[in-house]
Design a protein around this ligand. Structure first.
Ligand code: G
Ligand code: MN
Length: 249
């Protein structure tokens, strides 16, 4: 992959990535209980104050081209660990390459001391089948106290086979499903079906991407335990301790 980049371009992209990671910070977005709106967790989302690379997508693309995904994962975990809020779990995104990184779950891993408060969100940017020894890696992470979430469920990447392989404690249903609610009956049935399937393994369902009150009500009516989205709270440097919308009782 690097061979396609001329030497100067590699050096320049490398120093831009260094700067972006140096100036990186994590925004926190609240995750709320569907029944009463109380904040039970925060998802940590990568941001940077650097203009050398703008935003997480450019950082990830640069890291991928330079084969430096581990640097991003380690920096993300270190920054996230410092942001654990009292009484709330911390949701941290993993890339499949992080599952191969010996740092994850090691004595040096910043998340290890707080593992029982951390949910590791896994999505399929790379097929999960491509991770060698996935089952034993997950077993080890769970033995340390981490919980596993399947992220972006229903988005096309994260499907039923990933669900079967990961056996996640938490299922995060992508906004491409929840955005169709309440109007789209098919999306509602898919969401209800996911909740039903999740109940057989006692998994918790999080509805992502909630932007309107009718969407929120439809997700709660479908049985989603937790909800997340701009309506409840934007990703922000100061963690929200309460939902941005009033709950109906
Ligand atoms: O893949 P994952 O689910 O981790 O994606 C998180 C991304 O989704 C973040 O970049 C965050 O800013 C964005 N996001 C969070 N809530 C909403 C929402 O309600 N609507 C939209 N469109 N994006 C959201
Ligand atoms: Mn996520």
């Amino acid at each position: 992959m690097l061979a396609t980049l001329p030497f100067e371009a590699t050096v320049s992209l490398g120093s831009r990535l260094d700067e972006a990671l140096e100036l990186a910070w994590m925004a926190l977005q609240p995750i709320c209980r569907g029944s009463d709106g109380s904040v039970v967790g925060h998802e940590a989302l990568l941001r940077t104050r650097s203009s050398a690379l703008r935003g997480p997508l450019e950082i990830l693309e640069a890291a991928r081209r330079l084969d430096r995904m581990e640097d991003v994962g380690r920096r993300t975990r270190r920054l996230s660990a410092a942001l654990l809020q009292p009484g709330a779990d911390l949701y941290v995104n993993l890339w499949p390459s992080d599952l191969l990184d010996p740092d994850l779950g090691s004595d040096e891993c910043a998340l290890r001391p707080i593992a029982d408060r951390v949910v590791l969100e896994i999505t399929e940017h790379l097929p999960i089948e491509a991770v060698p020894g996935l089952t034993s890696r997950l077993q080890r992470l769970r033995a340390l106290g981490f919980r596993i979430a399947l992220d972006d469920f229903g988005a096309g990447h994260a499907g039923l086979s990933s669900w079967a392989r990961l056996e996640p404690e938490i299922l995060k249903v992508d906004r491409r499903i929840t955005s169709g609610l309440p109007e789209c009956r098919a999306m509602r049935r898919i969401l209800e079906g996911a909740v039903e399937l999740a109940s057989h393994s006692a998994s918790i369902v999080v509805a992502e991407g909630i932007e309107t009150v009718p969407q929120l009500e439809a997700c709660v009516a479908a049985g989603c335990h937790l909800v997340q989205g701009y309506l409840l709270g934007m990703p922000a440097p100061m963690p929200a301790q309460t939902a941005a919308v009033a709950w109906r009782h």
